[in-house]
Design a protein around this ligand. Structure first.
Ligand code: SAM
Length: 213
């Protein structure tokens, strides 16, 4: 999708992807990453997810990337935190104790910009990108995070019924993108009540990716 697509979504408040509460699959499975206390977690394409509040309250540090400055202003407002805002190359950096969000294009990020990360939490990021960008996203994510472990939540459904985003990302694609770098563990698949957008039977699938030894 073009950047303008997402900017428009935020301007028009068409953000059905945003969940009011902490994601239940995050709560159920985040401990499987076995992170040390105060580990730094990268959230690509973070929007204003409430999952950030949970991670901070759980003692983790968060680094995020998001195109929309509107989203990040709302994120900090909802966190009740006053950010320090600075220009950082192509990005606006929104910083407060324990949290760094880079506002700009994920594909412009570098390992130096995001700094050390211990793990990645991808909910609605891989699935937000169309087919032509998804492989590029996965490769760039591996490079800038130096193959940090990942917890990924995807959607699976019949893509001929509705167009994305979110796009359906099947097991074969998760394996295609990540199997050369990580050991993949399928964690669980959970049906979405009422289907995706009420239109198509769909499940969320959870994947745990750890560096191959
Ligand atoms: C489907 S939303 C998911 C947001 C968040 N992960 C959540 O669970 O609520 C995808 C987000 O990615 C952002 N986005 C899309 N393309 C991006 C890019 N190239 N760089 C940074 N952010 C991007 C959009 O603005 C949008 O907020």
């Amino acid at each position: 999708m073009e950047a303008s697509f997402w900017h428009q979504k935020w301007e028009r408040k068409e953000i059905a992807f945003h969940e009011g509460d902490t994601n239940a699959l995050l709560l159920a499975h985040f401990d499987k990453l076995n992170l040390a206390p105060s580990s730094r977690v990268f959230i690509p394409l973070c929007g204003k997810t409430r999952d950030i509040a949970w991670l901070l309250a759980s003692g983790y540090q968060v680094v995020g990337a998001e195109l929309s400055e509107l989203a990040i202003k709302a994120l900090f407002e909802e966190l009740g935190v006053e950010p320090n805002i600075t220009l950082h190359g192509n990005f606006m950096r929104y910083h407060a104790p324990g949290i760094d969000i880079f506002v700009g294009d994920f594909f412009d990020l570098t390992a130096e910009i995001i700094g050390e990360v211990d793990a990645i939490y991808d909910r609605a990021a891989l699935v937000a990108l169309n087919d032509s960008l998804r492989g590029q996203y996965a490769e760039h994510l591996i490079n800038i995070s130096r193959a940090a472990a990942q917890l990924i939540i995807t959607y699976e459904y019949d893509q001929t019924v509705i167009p994305g985003p979110p796009f359906s990302v099947e097991e074969s694609q998760v394996r295609e993108f990540y199997e050369a770098t990580y050991q993949l563990t399928f964690v669980e698949r959970q049906a979405i009540e009422g289907g995706l957008k009420g239109k198509v039977a769909s499940s969320e699938a959870v994947w745990l990716l750890k560096a191959s030894v």
